[in-house]
Design a protein around this ligand. Structure first.
Ligand SMILES: Cc1cc2nc3c(=O)[nH]c(=O)nc-3n(C[C@H](O)[C@H](O)[C@H](O)COP(=O)(O)OP(=O)(O)OC[C@H]3O[C@@H](n4cnc5c(N)ncnc54)[C@H](O)[C@@H]3O)c2cc1C
Length: 361
């Protein structure tokens, strides 16, 4: 069996590792260059994503990620200012760990040099009479596969062609997301107050979410021990940081950069929180658009399928679902090598449509 995956995000790369480990021929086509593009600095990885990584990745990759994740997160703390002092009250449990996103990407790409083709934008595909699928790319390349997987994110070209009835709906909500070195705000006491938990402060006009990524082991040392094949640039100079997000609406955003808007918004925040924003790394502050994909009408299984953001959006845990999909699809395709391809793809797709329904209630 040959599988072509469109998109080298967390979902597509997790799938590629899983398929390769089971001996299935896989190629990943990615529109971006190998350098990628800014997508925020840190991800909250919960058990859905972590167990998919454990199942699909080689053990050394898993060990590298575990060594460099933040501490086990306990709960979401509710922060409030009482008499000028920031206090934390215990909120709901939210288990998981923070991972540094560029490092996750670099680890996922390690060992896939002969699998991932960069600078390859899918433009169209076609099902052929012999049951295979042919894909065309903007640079003139083509490829043919038994299964085509759209792991190509929110703007998925595969979804647009495969499920034209599926729509991306903009909620009008936005998140300004950034990161600030722990050392720049250590004097505020905030990193100690938050610890390994997530924290949220409900403030006039916005909500601020925070967490701290303290690398459990220094990434350089972890690379030497677990994954020397990882490019040294992926671990060079990584510093512990506070990851933060400010909720805004589309109307609040103007022509200013994400960091400038965040600083304007932070002007009225308690001093410790304001300092987190003003001391942030300007170039990693991004605006995240919050959108949804209402579940499309049921569709018959075919050799074209989707995973992750390409089919359902889940602000705050989309990468976890993408990796979980990758694990499920890998199991389905491994099974299909022994049985009926369309039945197993149909079973995989019904599992994630059930998740979509759950996520929307
Ligand atoms: C700032 C920020 C913070 C986030 N925080 C979290 C978090 O804490 N936890 C969490 O679980 N999720 C988080 N998310 C969401 C998470 O990033 C996404 O849900 C996740 O990346 C989806 O993975 P994916 O593999 O499905 O798609 P993507 O990561 O979007 O990858 C799709 C890939 O396909 C490529 N592509 C697109 N079109 C084509 C084409 N036509 N041809 C070839 N390639 C194509 C793209 O270049 C991209 O590399 C966050 C997102 C952002 C932006």
């Amino acid at each position: 069996m040959r599988v072509v995956v469109i998109g080298a995000g967390p979902g597509g790369l997790t799938l590629a590792h899983g398929l390769r480990r089971t001996g299935i021929d896989v190629a990943v086509y990615e529109r971006d260059t190998a350098l990628g593009r800014p997508q925020g600095v840190s991800l909250h990885l919960d058990e859905r994503g972590a167990s998919a990584l454990r199942a699909c990745l080689p053990p050394a990759h898993v060990a590298m990620l575990e060594a460099t994740s933040g501490g086990q997160r306990g709960r979401t703390l509710n922060l409030s200012e009482v008499d000028g002092v920031l206090e934390a009250a215990e909120g709901p449990a939210r288990p998981g760990r923070q991972v540094h996103r560029p490092l996750l990407r670099a680890v996922l790409l390690t060992g896939l040099d002969d699998v991932v083709r960069f600078g390859a934008e899918l433009t169209r595909f076609e099902r052929r009479p012999d049951g295979t699928v042919r894909a065309w790319f903007a640079d003139g390349r083509t490829d043919t596969a038994d299964v085509l997987v759209g792991a190509d994110g929110i703007g998925s070209a595969v979804r647009r062609r495969h499920l034209p009835g599926a729509r991306v709906v903009d909620t009008g909500r936005r998140m300004l997301m950034g990161a600030t070195p722990v050392r720049a705000v250590a004097g505020t006491g905030l990193p100690e107050l938050v610890g390994d938990n997530a924290a949220a402060a409900h403030l006039p006009g916005t909500t601020m979410a925070l967490s701290v990524l303290r690398f459990t082991r220094r990434p350089e040392a972890a690379r030497r021990q677990w994954l020397p094949a990882l490019g040294p640039g992926a671990v060079a100079g990584l510093d512990d940081y506070v990851m933060w997000a400010l909720a805004v609406t589309q109307e609040r955003l103007g022509p200013a950069s994400a960091w400038d808007t965040a600083r304007e918004l932070a002007a009225d925040l308690p001093p410790a929180l304001r300092q987190v924003v003003t001391e942030a790394w300007p170039d990693v502050t991004v605006t995240l658009r919050i959108a949804t994909i209402p579940p499309p009408p049921a569709w018959p299984p075919s050799p074209v399928t989707l995973l992750g953001d390409a089919i359902r959006l889940a602000p705050g845990f989309g990468a976890n679902l993408a990796m979980q999909d990758a694990h499920r699809l890998c199991a389905a395709l491994t099974e299909a090598a022994r049985g009926d391809l369309l039945d197993t793809i149909g079973a995989y797709e019904s599992s994630f449509t059930a998740d979509v329904v759950q996520a929307s209630v």
